[in-house]
Design a binder for this molecule. Sequence first.
Ligand code: SER
Length: 534
Amino acid sequence: MMTAKEIRQAFLDFFAARGHDIVPSAPIVVKNDPTLMFNNAGMNQFKDYFLGNKTPKNPRIADTQKCMRVSGKHNDLEDVGVDTYHHTMFEMLGNWSISDYFKEEAIKWSWELLTDVYHLPKDRLYATVFEGDAKEGLPPAEVALREWRKLMPENHIIYGNKKDNFWEMGDSGPCGPCSEIHIDLRPDDERQAIPGEQLVNRDHPQVIEIWNNVFIQFNRKADGSLESLPAKHVDTGMGFERLVRAVQGKSSNYDTDVFMPIIERIAQITGVPYGKSEPTDIAIRVLADHIRAIVFTINDGQLPSNNGAGYVVRRILRRAVRYAFSTLQYKQPILFQLVPTVAAQFTDIFPEVQANQSFLQRVILEEENSFLRTLESGLRKVAQIEEQLKAQNSTHIDGNTAFELYDTYGFPADLTRLIAREKGLTIDETEFAVAMAAQKERARAAAKIETGDWHALNDQQSEFVGYDTLEAYTTVVKYREVAQKNKKQYQIVLAQTPFYGESGGQVGDTGTLQFGNQTIKVVDTKKKTTLSYW
Ligand code: SER
């Protein structure tokens, strides 16, 4: 049986042998793009090639991309671990043609790789093709249909609508019709009872999509219209963890050698074996999945925090800790202990994880400890609430008390719900929602920044002199008042400034401004302006 490492390498070798440059994965964390926090498809880093803004060295490219999908129509964080084939972090194997080969080669090669190299049984494979969309003026697939007809019987080719067979990067950007490859991994008796073609794209856990071949021909513009691109491209993406499961003949992604070493380590640490009961299996899968997302996002520069991408990392980490804490009854930090096992999985392809192992462990341990402290104080408060309810002969937690647990004690609302259910208590959800909405409004008001008008003292342009000097004698060009939470500060633009502002992920310079005898501190406000400071 091929190992996961061999399966990944075989993909890269196959496309290298067909003239593709094998490039590194882009970082999983996306910086400087307000529309995307994490890379969610292999093609993200090549967007400019598709739009014709840049030209690659070689028009044929392949790689494995570290991806994360934690929200949206396909992946809800809450589903991960409950089922056996969705993940937060996953690898997407991809090959691209930038205005080079098109549908014929892409389809022929995908079939060759799956059936000749990976030896997937042909009778279990299905292809979907685009049925067209009159409203968008898009015709049904012709070439893809013709190519698949050469390779598989008619009843293995399925027409799909725009939702399934027209791939778009987001609300705008490169897009085009696609042809997906699905595999039916059910046992033979089930396959005989219900033919696989009836289950394609129906959320069946054993009849799953493994590879998407997108034929990028359009750009979706911000106003919603489609514009034909000057050149046609291929963008394919194959879920590595699903492919490994198919090649290794397993019924769950977690039963492969991608996840089993992590699962075994979790079982060893907690003393809870995998395969014993559904609730503990779900908890173990949550941990096995989430530790990979946590390791890769932190390793690519995103520390857990209270907003944006950092908050997503924090939420994933806390979800894992909660499952360990309440379902596996493991009440100490666990995730940091899994880092060496995860790192060992990737020594050949992402060796940087092992190189950063001790840093990753430190960050994760600190985050786990702080959340465990929150959980403990929250649990003490829950016990008090329970006592009070008992005294009042009630089983109903009012919404404000539930909200206080969340707001003051930082106790996750879903954990309150879980504990309440376990103890036979109910929560006033309507009152809770009202309290939550009021708090959000308060936060919005507190965060409101009032920016005054600029007062220009002259019309000089500001000049950055920081490459040559760290000090400059200069004058103020303009200033304005900025008020936040009743605190007044000033932004000042200087004629010459050695201060480099935060931009492109860099931290802004700090220092002092000297006005006669007065010294004013210059701090980085994380505002992405290069020349103004509080
Ligand atoms: N961009 C397509 C996808 O993510 C194929 O790579 O499915």
